[in-house]
Structures are given as C-alpha cells and as structure tokens.
Write a protein that binds this ligand. Sequence first.
Ligand code: S3P
Length: 441
Amino acid sequence: MSNEKSTAFAPLTSPLKGTAKLPGDKSISHRAVLFAAMAEGMSHLAGVLDSEDVRSSINVVTQLGAKVDLLPSDDGSLEGTVTGWGSNGPIQPTEPLDCGNSGTTARLLMGMLAPWGIEATITGDDSLKRRPMRRNTAPLMKMGVQFKPAEADHLPITENGCKQLRAITYDAPMASAQLKTAVLLAGVYAKGKTTVNEPAPSRNHTELMLPEFGVTTTAGTRVATVTGPALMHASDIIVPGDPSSAAFLCAAAILKPGSALTIENVSLNPARIGFVRTLERMGANIAEHRTGAEGKEYVGTITVSSTGSLRGCEVPSQHFASIIDEVPILALVAAHAKGVTVFRGVSELRVKESDRLQAIIDGLDKLGVDAWEEGGNLFVEGDPGLEIPEGVVFDTHGDHRLAMTWAIAGLTGNTPVEVKGFDCINVSYPNFLTDIERLCS
Ligand code: S3P
C-alpha cells in the first residue's frame, strides 16, 4: 500500500436530490482542442472540460504552435478560441511533449504529427509510460511514419512524420477509439481513402466531429473512412456534459435510498451510454431522454432514482466498448445486486490508467464481495444486503475512475471508508465531491 494521503468518505446523511449539470465530456473536449489546433483559422469552443487530462492536450498543442485562448467561464468549463497551425503545420518542439496521464492526448497526437516534417518525443507520467503504444505506432508505420525506437511499445517514443503518407485500410486488432482516431487523423493528409475496420464499435466522436472541420468522413457500425488530403478549417464546438462522469452520480443515486436526480445537458451518444443499458438490465430506475444535439452529438437528460432490488446481468463483449470506462462503477453496483453479473471480454481493462481489472477484484474483495476473472471475463457475485466491513482502505493506483468508485462505496454505504490518492479525480472530474455535496444539501 502506498503512503499517499488518504481521504475519508462517510455515509451520506441525506439522499441525492435535484438537478445536476456535468462538466464537459472528456473525449469530446480533447477532440475539440486537438482538431481546432490542426485546423486553419480560429475555432470557438465552449463547455470544454477543465481537467488535468484536457490541460495536457492544451499544453502539447501550445508547444506545437497553436494559439489557445481558453478561459474558465462561470460554470467552470473552459471557453474561448483556438487558432490552429493549419497548412503551416506544427512547429518543431524544443522539449518532449508531456501528455501527463492522458492516453487520449498521446495516442491522438501520434496521428496528428504523422504528416509533418518535424521530430517530436512523446512522453507522459508513470502510468502513461506503462500503457501500450505499439497498437498506434504499427498502423502509422504502415502509412510511412517513423518511430524511435521502432519496436517500442511504451513512451517515451520519438516520432518523425512523413510528408507523403500512404492511405491504408487497417483491420484494428481491438475496438479502440484512440487507435481509430490516430489512423484517421493521419489519413486526413494521405492521398485517397484511409479506412479503419474494428472488431466491435468504439466511440465515434471523431467521425462525428471531423466533418465539422471540413474532412470528408464516412462511418458505419464498425468502420470509418476519411478521404485525404483535406485542409481542415476552423469550426465552433459546444461540448456537452460527460456521460462517464454522470455514471458516478447515477450509481450514487441508485444505491442511496430516497435519491432522485435529473442530470441535464449530457451527451447521449449511444456509444457512451452503455452504462444506462446495463443499469436498466439490473432493474435500476434510470432512463435517458434526448432533447437535441450539439453538432452531431445527441444531448439530453438522464433521470435516475434509488432502486431497492437490483439483479445481476450479463454484458456481452460486443457492448464492452460502450461501458469501457464505467466498468469499475458498474461493478460496484453489481456488488449490491442479487446474483452474478458477468462483464464479458474485458481484458483491455488491464492496460487502462491502472490494471483496473485487478483493482476492481481487489477493491470488491475488501468489501467482502466475491469477484473474479476467468477467460477475459469479469464476474461479480452480488449481495443485496452488502454491509461494508469497518476500516476499509482503498488504493486508487492513481486511477481517477477507481478513486470515484471507492468514494461512492463509502458515501452510499453503512460505514466510512478511506481512499488513498483521491486527488487523481482531477484528471476527469475535479468537482466530483462538490457536486455530490450540493445534491445532498
Ligand atoms: C477514449 C477512448 C477509450 C476510453 C478513453 C477515452 C477516447 O480508450 O477508455 O477513456 O477519447 O478516444 P480506448 O480507445 O483505448 O479504448
């Protein structure tokens, strides 16, 4: 166990009630900043998530010559302009590009740098340096990009772009929006059609946003294509609320008796709200209502209230990508359900910000819940009468999604728990606790 500071989470004294508005979606915020940096002209962005991960994207594009004027607005989101490098391309950076904890920044950046004649070293924090990168470098090498060391699977990696990129058709070995996006972003500058086929659908924010920046893009259920070369032009983007952050409030409302919440202005992209489908199948009182769209992204509200009798369910592997970031919090809800919940095909969780698969199993074990992995599937044997033992101390392993999951275990439980290294929530949801406190007052 690390000697990081620990934060105590005592059971909430009142239910969660009222209306919540969430910070901007992290995936869409990254793309808005990164695509605006690539484009010619000045883009106006609003609702951008102000978190450490998005700041990593802002920092690297600034190092590469984009002019970012995003300032905190009244609701805490970032708003303002980004003037991109457009046809001039990025400038030669003088220092390594530090992506912090952000896999999205590092992997998308590899595609963004692909068409330019500069040399850049991409690096990150200890967690990011442990995450696999060959999945990205392999298709980009096929397009003509060079990486040093060529076979490296881990950051730091130095990239040399290629001004005559080859368009490719790539069969991705896993459903990963970060991999898909990197190849498509390189494809923007390759002559002809660059296509990525996926084994299962991953989130499609890139395919929805690239046309707004002037890139001819077509997309099917497991395939996306861009036609290059295209000169990206500036665009105006409003980022809706983050469903992945909403999932934590939903779980808290489901588990805390007497709660009833409406979460407004949240992205209802079907590739992102698999957790709503899963919670429905567990018998939870939850529903989404589309109210409109921001760009091509569906937006609306989620209503959710406490649910006394949850049941286990099975989540097939083809739905895994739609809950990829929500498995920790769904596993906690499953721990309160009657019967076994099976999350199929979840090995990818081993290479997230931490080994989330092992961390979920270890954390649930501390709660006295049986959870195990077999054949790449996660099994959670729930207990509707779950009583948290006294003195539980969780380790976040520096992983924001685990930090919020274990905080909710304490907040909705019967006795306080401690969470070590809780500050890592700043990666995606800095106001998590303030939002919960406001909804309980
Ligand atoms: C993301 C894609 C997913 C997700 C991550 C954000 C994105 O990762 O887990 O938090 O914004 O493209 P993978 O593409 O590695 O599956």
